[in-house]
Structures are given as structure tokens and as C-alpha cells.
Design a protein. Structure first.
Length: 126
């Protein structure tokens, strides 16, 4: 059978948020309004580990205030993803680009919300 192999992940970017679907059926999703931190880092799958240097894959990690989030491979980013990041208060695309270009296996924070959202009050309904 010819053609492109089925990718192991799909990333969808909408006005509401980012969703990543994995080949095993698992899903990560995060609404833009819940993003309080953006990190960049890499992951190397070399066996045995290779020399120190850039990782094989670079990831942009969006986190909410609970530490849950959505991991987006840099290779899956497009203009709509980058445009949406610019809506985060004081987000610096140049800082993101620099972090991606110099990514290592550890993660660096490239943006943190100036005011993380406060928890919603517990409301009791009758």
C-alpha cells in the first residue's frame, strides 16, 4: 500500500483551545482561557543516548493552573497556533522562537500568566 503513513498524533487549534489526539486514542485538551504557562523543551529517543545537543523533537507545552496541559510538537504548529499564542498577555514570539531553536531535553518557561485565574467559587444549587 502506498501513501503517507498515518501520523501518531493530530493537533487541532481552534479559537477555544488546543487538542491533541494520540494514536492510542488518548486526548489532551486545554482551553486558551485556562493557559497560565508555556514551556519549550525536547525529548530524545536515542538508544543508546547520543552526545549532548539538540533533542530529536521539540515540544511546546501549554499548562493550566493545576499543572495539566497539552503537549504540542513543534512540527505540528502552524500559523494559526502561533497567531493564537500572541493573544496571551505579553506573549513574545521572538522568545518562543529562540527557545525552540536552542531547545535541550530540559524545559524552559517562555511565558507565564501575569495573573493566573482565581478558582471558581463553590456554588450551591437548590
Amino acid at each position: 500500500m502506498h501513501g503517507n503513513p498515518v501520523p501518531d498524533t493530530y493537533v487541532y487549534v481552534t479559537e477555544e483551545g488546543v487538542t491533541r489526539h494520540y494514536a492510542d486514542g488518548s486526548v489532551e485538551a486545554l482551553a486558551w482561557e485556562d493557559v497560565v504557562e508555556v514551556r519549550v523543551g525536547g525529548h530524545g529517543d536515542q538508544d543508546p543516548p547520543g552526545p549532548p545537543g539538540p533533542p530529536e523533537d521539540v515540544f511546546i507545552v501549554l499548562l493550566d493552573r493545576e499543572g495539566e496541559g497539552c503537549v504540542v510538537p513543534h512540527s505540528a504548529t502552524d500559523a494559526s497556533f502561533l497567531a493564537r499564542l500572541r493573544y496571551l498577555p505579553d506573549f513574545d514570539l521572538d522568545r518562543l522562537s529562540t527557545a525552540v531553536a536552542s531547545a535541550r531535553s530540559d524545559y524552559v518557561v517562555v511565558w507565564r500568566s501575569p495573573e493566573p485565574p482565581s478558582p471558581l467559587p463553590d456554588l450551591e444549587y437548590d
